[in-house]
Design a protein around this ligand. Structure first.
Ligand code: TMP
Length: 235
């Protein structure tokens, strides 16, 4: 599998075409941004860690019956994935209050919910990824009713699998963001990444933050947190 031309460069990844029209190569960068690109920096080693963590979790989810875009890890920071058209939604599941939820509803961080919550943001950098509801998704034709229902069921299944997995490595899965894509055959699969960039991970004992909030909030020891999560996940 070899790269041909670059198709896209995002904030944390580049995407390349390959000789196979159904497969693209994702290349993870060390670049980090927050607050819709307002804060910029680098996290040394992040690209390689997010690549390996994402691939491990995608393969775990496949085994548990969640279809994903994963094809093959190529090297430290590059992975072959199915070419999909991304459904322009950020699908956020929360188990514990934190981040924008705590801010929006004026509650403290750390409230453990009886049931996980789900919300969608419209993936649109110019608009700052605004919160969107299912009726708006339908009105804007971002997805069909069937696709929304499938995405919700898949997202809660991902939560069940990952919550259990992370509990086993003494980590509370606070919240996370997923993205879904549609393959050439029209099948919805889990896409993008699952990493300390896109999840909140708190040590179950100390409640220490082991994710990108260390970068967003200038908490220090950012690289150490990513390395610690790699160690716990891959063993
Ligand atoms: P939030 O509390 O800021 O809404 O974030 C919820 C989760 O989504 C958190 O685990 C971080 C993740 N996230 C992303 O992956 N990308 C983003 O652009 C944002 C804002 C959050």
């Amino acid at each position: 599998m070899t790269k041909t031309e670059q198709l896209y460069e995002g904030k944390a990844k580049k995407v390349y075409a390959t000789e196979d029209p159904q497969v693209v190569i994702v290349s993870y960068k060390d670049d980090a941004t927050a607050f819709n690109g307002l804060k910029k920096g680098q996290i040394a080693g992040k690209g390689a860690i997010n690549n390996r963590v994402t691939n491990y979790l995608m393969q775990l989810l496949e085994k548990e019956g969640v279809p994903t875009h994963f094809v093959e890890e190529l090297n430290d920071r590059e992975t072959a994935v199915k070419k999909v058209s991304i459904v322009p939604l950020e699908v956020i599941i929360r188990n514990i209050s934190a981040g924008s939820f705590a801010k929006r509803y004026g509650v403290e961080e750390g409230i453990v919910f009886d049931e996980p919550t789900i919300e969608f943001s419209y993936k649109n950098d110019d608009l700052g990824d605004p919160l969107i509801n299912e009726y708006h998704v339908l009105a804007l034709k971002l997805a069909t009713r069937e696709e929304i229902d499938l995405i919700k069921a898949m997202a809660f299944k991902v939560n069940d699998v990952l919550k259990k997995f992370f509990a086993g490595v003494n980590v509370d899965l606070v919240d996370f963001k997923l993205e879904f894509g549609k393959t050439a055959e029209g099948v919805i699969v889990l896409a993008d990444e699952i990493s300390p960039d896109t999840c909140r991970f708190w040590d179950s004992t100390t409640h220490e933050k082991l994710d990108k909030d260390r970068f967003r909030r200038d908490l220090g020891n950012v690289e150490d947190a990513y390395t610690e999560m790699l160690r716990r996940i891959l063993g």
